[in-house]
Design a protein around this ligand. Structure first.
Ligand code: MTE
Ligand code: HPA
Ligand code: MOS
Length: 779
């Protein structure tokens, strides 16, 4: 039997795209032979660095006494802000992000000094010996407190359409409330790491686990006071990034390079897990206040949401994250009259950053929470209310920011999932179960997703690639994207192999390297394969066209009629092995390598009015989750999950299904077990897996049915595929709302459980208690 998600292959004569091929490094991963940054053999003379961290959330540094650090075993150097030859900044957009604290600390965990020692252990031991005298200042720790204090990292933003106030006042029914959704640690398995190796004449090679080599090059150049051409940043692969290495690998890259430049020796900085979690930013938590008007059928007439996030001490990517939240509040729903506000609270905590979904999940979960309440108030199945509000046609297809939804498949997709998951019959069975089960309650929810694909900063939507065909017919592709496990190299290799009509085995992808492709964007916003796939296709096509012209000269006929497939070139009745043609073409002095470039067409965005056409297209999906909740202990289990995701014409269904599964479980962790907790002194106490619970393999549902929706991108994306990296992270909304549904069964679905995320067992018990207290007849 086919893998359940494998679509029928299109009947094309040669296809290297669309096949469920294994990840190009799967074998190496399994054998332990895949090289991560820390596996690269060390150069002789390599030293190891560690960071000395602030223990106060907001304070002036009065005395910094590093004598004990210097005297510690194996220590070679201790560096502070005064030792930075260039700019003390690693902020990606707004330059408010010091590499090392300069007289002021802004969060517990902020790096103050770099210690370099002979071994990793000696550096870490020494880093703890810094004696800092602080003059403490008042600290702001929560987004609500930041809002009350008018403390923001950038001006609040607002997107309004229509007449919200009038529509709200006229609406026959209203729902108002608040919601809190916590943040999330990226928890990449490979932590932050950077290894800087000085090269001749001011050169610096930086081997770094990063989603954004070009940005690392830029930050290192600035920190060292050198030009970009002095700096080479290389990344073969990451053991996960999840957004956490989009901007925040910069601190580690800069610190290792500063130390290496200072000592003129190679320096490696590998973060220990606790330091990694204490120092780096996470997914933004959000607090929402909402007021929505609707009619007796459940149609939303007016929607207002006021969101405030915990940005942390600096801006980092909070602006684009909040913008994406604003542009995803609508999710799959047409909202005629809206007032959407978002503010980035400046707090004395880690500077929050990108994390899979990039604000999209935080925007969309609010409207889902609201719809859940509308359904309960009307005594209707939430699916009916969702469907009633879906984007439609003829005016109900325009998003609040003005982009017309031209590719909407949510109606068909949800209908298919409703059928295949047996939603209605299971709803009835669950109601029967709950009638006879006072303690264990079952819950069910179907939630939809629409996710905009493109960087919401227009100029970032560009990519480059370099394809080399060697004389033996083997092919090397290099592109600006980075591999973090998501399979970008496999997909780009498939595209190149397809274009040149050869098997995947002919093609190899090399490490991302700023000296090969310049000025690249982060591999982020789910656009990696979209952008770099197109760029590599462009490069491969140019080579193919040169080969075709050569073949036409050799064998006659038109170049346009030359075919490349099955490792063979077909020209005017002749069949030549690809390798043989390449060899002949080389001797005839045909250029066998090419660059390629791509810039996504049609995008524009006006940040002042928050309107335009920020996305190239939308990816869709939906999920049904069924849970069992123990209402006495707050424990719960995901019994079954059915997922349908629109990857367009998937480049690689095996990889895409893996992405959907991974994102689903990761999103489920965010909304259920992963709780970040700062103590009143502003220290993050959940800074290791002992206190921070990510999902384990046993948390995956026994019955997990993930399929890809048959579709084709209406946009001219790479082979009409759609992005898959982030959108499925929103699918486990279904788990959260199934839990809420189960709790609400306690009161016969008459009371809205005030459930915040993460729905930990404690939070579930709080909601249970609130429902019981609110029931008619409760004491
Ligand atoms: N999958 C794995 N295995 N590891 C990762 O770090 N990051 C996610 C997603 N899937 C990630 C992943 C994020 S945040 C993004 S933006 C995309 O992959 C980036 O890759 P792509 O654009 O090539 O899909
Ligand atoms: N996603 C990820 N990174 C980004 C984005 C985005 O939408 N916009 C700017 N940087
Ligand atoms: Mo992904 S959060 O855009 O790196």
């Amino acid at each position: 039997m086919n893998h359940p998600g494998t679509p029928v292959l299109k009947a094309v004569p040669w296809a290297q795209v669309g096949k469920p091929l294994p990840h190009e490094s799967a074998r190496l991963h399994v054998l332990g032979q895949a090289t991560y940054t820390d596996d690269i053999p060390e150069v002789q003379g390599t030293l190891h660095a560690a960071l000395g961290l602030s223990s106060k959330p907001h304070a002036k540094i009065v005395v910094l006494d590093l004598a004990a650090v210097r005297a510690s075993a194996g220590v070679v150097a201790v560096l502070t802000v005064d030792d930075i030859p260039g700019t003390n900044d690693c902020g990606p957009i707004i330059h408010d992000d010091p590499i090392l604290a300069d007289a002021l600390v802004m969060y517990v965990g902020q790096p103050i000094f770099i210690v370099v020692a002979d071994t990793h252990d000696n550096a870490r031991r020494a880093a703890r010996l810094g004696a800092v005298t602080y003059d403490e200042l008042p600290a702001i720790l929560t987004p609500q407190a930041a809002k009350a204090a008018n403390s923001y990292v950038l001006p609040p933003m607002r997107l309004a359409r229509g007449d919200y106030q009038g529509a709200f006042e006229r609406a026959p029914r209203k729902v108002e409330g608040q919601l809190y959704v916590g943040g999330q640690e990226q928890f990449y398995l490979e932590g932050q790491i950077s290894y800087a190796i000085p090269k001749e004449d001011s050169g610096m090679l930086v081997l770094c686990s990063t989603q954004h080599p070009s940005e690392m090059q830029h930050v290192v150049a600035h920190a060292l006071g050198r030009h970009s051409h002095h700096i080479v940043v290389e990344c073969r692969r990451m053991g996960g990034g999840f957004g956490g290495k989009e901007s925040q690998s910069a601190l580690w890259a800069a610190a290792s390079a500063i130390a290496a430049a200072h000592l003129k020796r190679p320096v490696k900085l590998r973060a220990d897990r606790d330091d990694d979690m204490l120092v780096t930013g996470k997914r933004h938590c959000f607090h929402y206040e909402y007021a929505v008007g609707y009619d007796d059928e459940g149609k939303i007439l007016a929607a207002k949401v006021d969101m405030v996030t915990r940005a942390g001490y600096s801006a980092d990517l909070s602006g684009p994250v909040a913008t994406r939240a604003v542009c995803h509040f609508d999710n799959t729903y047409y909202l005629s009259d809206v007032d959407i506000r978002a503010a980035c609270g400046k707090t004395n905590t880690q500077s929050n950053t990108a994390f899979r979904g990039f604000g999209g999940p935080q925007g969309a979960i609010a409207i889902e929470y609201i719809i859940d309440e509308i359904a309960r108030a009307l005594g209707r199945d939430a699916l009916d209310i969702r469907r009633l509000n879906f984007y439609g046609a003829g005016g109900t297809d325009v998003t609040p920011y003005g982009q017309v939804v031209v590719d909407n498949v949510i109606h068909e997709l949800v209908a298919e999932l409703e059928q295949s998951s047996d939603y209605r019959a299971r709803r009835d069975a669950i109601a029967r179960f709950n009638r006879d089960s006072p303690v264990l309650k079952r819950g069910l929810a179907l939630t939809p997703v629409k996710f905009g694909i493109a960087f919401n900063v227009t100029h970032l939507n560009q990519a480059g690639a370099l394809v080399h065909v060697y004389v033996d017919g083997s092919i090397l592709v290099n592109h600006g994207g980075t591999e973090m496990g998501q399979g970008i190299n496999t997909k780009v290799m498939q595209v190149v192999a397809h274009e040149l009509g050869v098997d995947l085995a002919h093609v190899r992808a090399s490490a991302t390297d700023t000296s090969k492709v310049a000025n690249t964007s982060a591999t982020a916003a789910s656009t990696g394969a979209d952008l770099n796939g197109k760029a590599a296709q462009d490069a491969a096509r140019q080579i193919r066209e040169r080969l075709a012209a050569y073949a036409a000269r050799q064998y006659g006929g038109a170049a346009a009629l030359v075919r490349f497939s099955n490792n063979t070139v077909f020209a005017n009745g002749h069949e030549v092995a690809f390798c043989d043609l390449v060899q002949k073409a080389y001797l005839a002095r045909v250029q066998l390598w090419s660059d390629g470039f791509y810039a996504t067409p049609g995008l524009h965005w006006d940040p002042k009015t928050m309107s335009g056409h920020p996305f190239s297209y939308y990816a869709y999906g939906a999920a049904v989750a069924e849970v069992v909740v123990d209402t006495l202990t707050g424990e719960w289990k995901l019994a079954r999950a059915d997922v349908l995701y629109d990857a367009g014409q998937s480049l690689n269904p095996a990889i895409d299904i893996g992405q959907v599964e991974g994102a689903f479980i990761q999103g489920m962790g965010w909304l259920t077990t992963e709780e970040l907790w700062w103590n009143p002194g502003g220290k993050l106490m959940t800074h290791a897996p002992s206190t921070y619970k990510i999902p384990g393999v046993s948390d995956c549902p026994e019955d997990f049915r993930v399929r890809l929706f048959e579709n084709r991108n209406v946009e001219d994306s790479i082979h009409r595929s759609k992005a898959v990296g982030e959108p499925p992270l929103l699918l486990p909304f279904s788990v959260f709302f199934a839990i809420r549904d189960a709790i609400s069964a306690l009161g016969g679905h008459r009371v809205d459980p005030p459930l915040n995320a993460p729905a930990t067992s404690e939070e579930i018990l709080r909601a249970v208690a609130a429902v019981e207290a609110a029931l008619p007849g409760a004491a």
